[in-house]
Design a protein around this ligand. Structure first.
Ligand SMILES: Cc1ncc(COP(=O)(O)O)c(C=O)c1O
Length: 395
């Protein structure tokens, strides 16, 4: 998704409206400047320590490890969960490629699971069937990697019970879901590990960055060690296994701390944006909004709608093009991994639901800095495009 300039510079009518731009305030600049002045300009320092502490508290987990990206958090989570070359890892097919790439970084093989219609996330019935069959065949997968797509938790009441039953560790890809909850518990805290992204398009950003969370202090330490080139404490650096350069810059952690303080407001704003789109567009024929399933409170990272092309004669891509023509960025929903040339040969269970969500899905501009006037511009273009397609069809 496209990188963007800061919100204040992008509010004038006629400016490009981005899908999910960074939303900075004076607090971020002040904390960044203070960190700069302290001369802790390194991938460690007091801002990193404080960011980890405050993040863990916010998400309700014991430990947080700040890293350079959400992908790094996923890679370390899988390694710490014990994933080895040749293993299988069961993963949602409807996701961004980073989830599945992290499995390949470990030399393991993904098994792709379709979405359910209630949450758009991993279908628990298919997961159960896969683990049951694998168990019967004596080949238990090394981990389950469930993704919280578009800011909504997967059905963890079911998924956690299934993973427990078959003794498979759960890693939660909450890259898009910071601030979402399920039955009052925070996204990211449901598995043995949770991974978050602070990429420029996420609900809070450090330009690039990520966080790994876990309840297990020893595993958190192992992840910190692996993220710092696996240095064994000794007078001369000593290395006994391959590590990674995955730690987060102290300067970026300062931005992250300021963003984290604003998280609740940023989520509320995204939810208002979703509600306004819903109020103004749901009445149109053939337009359906992403559901929020029972007990779930999505952060509404991106407002996603399903377009019924057979009723409208207007596809999500037609709408994207109409919006793009007036300088508005919109995107289809993720293309499932089983449709990607890279993972087309991976073993999979189902895929028709994810295919349909991709074919019919459209994400509308949803950044927390979107002004009422900008949102109205988007709504007007969507309405006009849909209504003129409907008229053409009738005529
Ligand atoms: C579902 C999902 N997983 C993982 C990632 C990877 O995060 P990052 O870009 O910080 O590496 C992203 C986003 O970029 C994502 O949307």
């Amino acid at each position: 998704m496209t990188m963007q300039k800061a919100s204040s510079a992008a509010t004038a009518t006629g400016d490009r409206i981005y899908l999910s731009p960074p939303h900075m305030s004076d607090a971020e600049l002040e904390m960044l400047t203070a960190a700069f002045r302290s001369n802790w300009i390194a991938p460690l320092g007091p801002e990193v320590d404080a960011f980890e502490r405050q993040f863990a508290e916010k998400v309700g987990v014991n430990h947080a490890v700040a890293v350079s990206s959400g992908t790094a958090a996923l890679h370390l989570s899988l390694l710490a969960a014990g994933v080895k070359p040749g293993d299988e890892v069961v993963v949602s097919t409807l996701t961004f490629v980073a989830s599945v790439n992290a499995i390949r970084y470990c030399g393991a093989n993904p098994v792709l699971i379709d979405s359910d219609r209630a949450s758009w996330n991993m279908d628990p019935a298919l997961l159960e069937d896969e683990l049951k069959r694998a168990d019967g065949a004596g080949r238990r997968p090394a981990a389950v990697l469930a993704v919280d797509i578009l800011g909504q938790c997967a059905d963890y009441a079911a998924i956690c019970a299934i993973c427990d039953k078959y003794g498979v560790p759960l890693v939660e890809d909450a890259a898009e879901a910071l601030g979402a909850t399920l039955h009052g518990r925070h996204a990211g805290g449901f598995g043995a590990f949770g991974a978050f992204s602070f990429n420029g398009n996420k609900i809070i950003t450090t330009s690039g960055g990520g966080m790994l969370v876990t309840a297990d202090g020893k595993l958190a330490e192992r992840c910190r060690y692996l993220a710092s080139q696996a240095k064994v404490p000794a007078e001369h650096y000593q290395h006994e296994e391959v590590g990674f350069n995955y730690r987060l810059s102290n300067l970026l952690a300062a931005i992250g701390r300021a963003q984290l303080q604003r998280l609740d407001n940023l989520v509320d704003r995204r939810r208002q944006i979703f509600a306004n789109y819903q109020r103004q567009l749901e009445g149109l024929p053939g337009v359906e909004f992403m559901p929020e399933f029972a007990g779930s409170r999505s952060n509404r990272w991106l407002t996603a709608v399903l377009i019924d092309e057979t009723r409208l004669r207007c596809s999500p891509l037609d709408l994207c093009r109409a919006l793009s023509a007036v300088n508005i960025e919109a995107r289809p929903v993720w293309k499932p991994m089983h449709r990607q040339p890279l993972y087309a040969s991976a073993r999979r269970r189902g895929g028709a639901v994810a295919d349909q969500l991709c074919r019919r899905g459209l994400c509308l501009p949803s950044g927390s800095s979107l002004t009422a006037a900008q949102q109205q511009r988007v709504i007007d273009v969507v309405r006009t495009t849909i209504l003129s397609a409907t008229k053409r069809r009738a005529g």
